[in-house]
Structures are given as C-alpha cells and as structure tokens.
Design a protein around this ligand. Structure first.
Ligand SMILES: Cc1cc2nc3c(=O)[nH]c(=O)nc-3n(C[C@H](O)[C@H](O)[C@H](O)COP(=O)(O)OP(=O)(O)OC[C@H]3O[C@@H](n4cnc5c(N)ncnc54)[C@H](O)[C@@H]3O)c2cc1C
Length: 427
C-alpha cells in the first residue's frame, strides 16, 4: 500500500503528527517537499526565505531520503502519482487562506488519481475548530487554555522507497537562493533551550535588547512543534504562552470570519477614506519618514527580514493612522519582506494595529515619540539601524518634531495628522 507524506509548514521529523499518521498507515512511505514556484514567486524576500527553507529541507534530507520538486504543486503531484501509485496522501490540515486553496488543489488531483487524502491537524496547541467562537482575545484565551493538547507522539520508524524521482541534490542548482544570515533553522533548538523565559515579561517590549524568543520563523516553518515550545515556557512565562495563544487567536478569527482576509473585521471601520499618498508610501517603504524609530524599524525589516513586535506595532500604526495609508498596503509590504510572514497572523495584527480588527479598544494610538522614549530609552535600537545618527543625544532622536536633526525632516507632523485620522476613523 503506497503512502505519500507531503511536508509543508512542519519541517521536522520529531513530534510531527502528520508524519506519525503516515507511519501508522505504512512502515514504508514516500516523503515529499515541493518548492512551489507560485508561492515563492510572490515575495521580494524570495531568495532569503528560500535560503531559510532550503537549509531546513537540507537538514531533513540529510536524515531521510526526501523527494523534492521545484515546480508547481500540481505538476509535482502528477509526476509522483505517475511514478508511484499511492493509496494514501497525507499532509497537514491548513487553516490559512492560501493553504486551504493549496489543499483544495491537492484534493482535486488526488481525486483524479483515486488517491485518498488525509489531512492531519498539526501546528496548533488547540484544535481551532473546537474552541467556541469568540470575537475578543481574552475570552478566547480562557477557552483556548482549557483545550491544550500536549500529547507527544514519540519517535518514528519508517523506510523510504527507491524511486526515479528528484531529490534536493537534483534541484538545488535551479533554486534562486540568496545569502541570508539573520536567522538560521539550525538555531531553533538551541534558541528554545537557552531562551530565558523567566525574563520575557520584563524585557519583551524593548527592541534594543534581545528579550524576545526570535522563534517566529521556527514556529512558522514548523522546525519546532508548538507543543515543545509550550513545554519549555510552561511554568516559566505565562505571558509567553499568551503570545502563542495570540497566534492561534488570529487563526480562530480567520476560521469564523474568513472574509477578514481583505475586509475589516469591524463593520464601522469599512470604507475609511485612506489618503494612500504615493509620496508618503514611498517614504515609509524606504525608511525616510524623518521619525528615527519608524525608519529604524523599516531598515531592520529590509536588512534582517524580521522586526521586533513593538516596532511592528509602531510601524503599522504610523502607516495607517499617521500617513492614512490603507492597512492592506502595509500588510502586503510585510508579506513581501518578513521571513516569518504568516498571512493569517499578519492580517490579524495589521487590522488590530490599524484599529479596524478584532479588538474591543476603539482607537489605539502608538505615538512614535512616546513609544521611542518609553521603549527605546537609550536609543540602542534606533542607533543600531541608523548608525549615521549615533553621535546625537538620544533625547533628540526620540523627538524629531522638537529638535532640528541633521536628518530627513519629518514628512508630517504627528499631532496634526492624528486629528485628521480621528476624523477619518470617526474615533
Ligand atoms: C503589524 C504586525 C504584523 C505581524 N506579522 C506577523 C507575521 O506575519 N508572522 C508572525 O509570526 N508574527 C507576526 N506578528 C506578530 C509578532 O510581531 C511576531 O510573531 C513576533 O515579533 C516574533 O518575534 P518572536 O518570535 O521573538 O516573538 P515572541 O515575543 O518571543 O513570541 C513568541 C511567539 O508567539 C507568537 N506571537 C508573538 N506575538 C504575536 C502576535 N502579536 N500575534 C501572533 N502571534 C504572536 C509568535 O509565534 C512568536 O514567535 C505581527 C505583528 C504585528 C504588529
């Protein structure tokens, strides 16, 4: 009985329920990974993200025989089904919009070849379908906490058939890889083991210190299971576990309100008259707004393909409420650059930061001057990404409206713009 296992966002051999399902059905199965040209092609950070995934897949390939394609999912499946006529096709269930579309395509091709598709729940601590519907995070968290399922599936034993199909060695030469060193999949385990969870709550809001786990790419691509991350944090940081729950909250919202993909969760915030001024959008994307903390954030994004959470909130709030640019434009900008980009989490957070999403607070303000003073008090963060300003006193960098800096003049006055935004948001 032939079985295929398709790896997607679960690039690991340990504690992987999808893989365990394949091994349960047959001791011999075909493990598969597809570098889908269509998924990769949409990203400006294509080369960096590909480099990260490539290294993760390479590590898998060094431990098992993994068949690999660099092609569309459909063509790859047809080739696999032609050569190896499986009875079952196993992969993880998907709750993201594009993931669902991909699983629909897989379902269609499987049906055509008479292959039975089995989708296994993985990458969540709680089955998203089992949490009663909630629109607000805190009541969601209460329900979610009751359903955590930490069962480990132990180690697996399986053999891989020898087939005339490509492996990583055959395709790696054609992958458009780009050098990337800010994050590497090999670090996930060490980072998890060495991260001081006890200090998370105290340090997590300060972008100038290494106070958050930086595990988001490991979680996004499934190099770590959400269960092992939870187990490390358990009893050491309730706040950290709340962050893991935020991730699942956005999936919960997307499951019950799938239209949030491109529509505001809050009905009263649909139809805001965004200015979408080309000049402002360009200045923001290039990190030239004249607000050092904002520009530092954009530089971090462009250089490292990752940004600290506090700064992501400052950026999203600045773009939407100060520059009055549609949150969808910002969401896309992050999509193109973030290594940990997750469409459901990104949309949820952009809507939340823009005060149009699932958030009971009517209008959140992230004043970039106050945020810089409070969370980057010694300007360690700002100076790291804007080294040309490192000779200036920090108080000047915090407040570009009160000081004349040898730097780009602020493109707008925050205080004037916020009154416009309140009007546009009817806040
Ligand atoms: C505008 C905006 C866009 C964002 N886009 C993404 C995205 O595309 N992908 C992504 O993974 N995160 C996104 N986030 C959430 C958050 O910023 C990152 O998960 C976090 O900064 C990753 O760093 P870390 O691993 O050090 O986080 P930690 O603080 O160490 O948190 C641990 C884990 O919890 C999860 N988490 C933390 N904060 C959030 C949150 N607000 N929402 C959902 N999950 C969270 C992540 O999996 C993270 O790795 C976004 C936040 C904002 C404000």
């Amino acid at each position: 009985m032939g079985v295929v296992y398709l790896f997607k966002r679960d690039l690991r051999l340990h504690d992987n329920r999808g893989l365990a399902k394949a091994a349960e059905l047959s001791k011999e199965f075909l493990p598969l990974f597809i570098f889908d040209r269509e998924i990769i092609g949409e990203l400006r950070a294509e080369g960096e993200r590909l480099q990260y995934v490539f290294r993760a897949v390479k590590s898998l390939s060094s431990r098992i025989k993994l068949y690999c394609f660099y092609d569309s999912t459909e063509r790859a499946l047809r080739e696999v089904f032609r050569v190896y006529r499986p009875k079952f096709f196993i992969t993880t269930a998907s709750y993201s919009w594009s993931g669902r579309e991909r699983n629909e395509l897989i379902k269609r091709v499987c049906k055509e070849y008479g292959v039975e598709l089995v989708e296994v729940l993985e990458n969540f601590l709680v089955n998203p379908e089992e949490v009663p519907q909630r629109k607000v995070y805190t009541p969601f968290y209460k329900e979610w906490s009751k359903g955590i399922d930490l069962r480990d599936i132990g180690s697996l034993d399986f053999v891989v058939p020898e087939l005339p199909l490509p492996t990583l060695k055959d395709i790696e030469g054609s992958l458009p890889l780009r050098e990337y060193g800010s994050f590497s999949p090999e670090e996930c385990k060490n980072r998890l083991k060495s991260f001081p969870f006890e200090r998370y709550e105290e340090l997590r809001n300060f972008p100038g210190v290494d106070g958050t786990s930086r595990l988001s790419p490991c979680i996004r691509f499934g190099l770590l299971s959400t269960r092992e991350v939870y187990r490390e944090a358990q009893g050491r940081s309730e706040q950290f576990i709340k962050e893991l729950a935020w991730r699942e909250f956005w999936y919960h919202i997307a499951l019950h309100f799938p239209w949030v993909r491109d529509t505001e969760f809050q009905e009263k915030r649909r139809g805001i008259r965004w200015e979408n001024k080309e000049e402002y959008i360009r200045a923001f994307f290039e990190g030239r707004t004249g607000y050092p903390i904002v520009d530092a954030g954009v530089r971090q994004l462009l250089e490292e393909k990752w940004v600290h959470n506090r700064i992501r909130m400052v950026l999203a709030s600045f773009l939407t409420k100060v520059l009055l640019v549609d949150w969808r434009i910002g969401e896309r900008f992050f999509m193109e650059h973030l290594l940990d980009y997750d469409e459901v989490v990104n949309v949820g957070n952009w809507q939340w930061s823009a005060s149009v999403g699932a958030d009971p607070k009517p209008f959140r303000l992230f004043n970039p001057i106050l945020q810089a003073q409070k969370y980057d008090p010694d300007c360690a963060y700002t100076k790291k990404y804007l080294p040309e300003l490192s000779h200036l006193p920090c108080s000047m960098l915090h407040d570009p409206l009160s000081h004349s800096l040898p730097y780009i003049k602020p493109i707008v006055n925050y205080y004037e713009r916020i009154s416009l935004a309140k009007h546009a948001f009817k806040a």
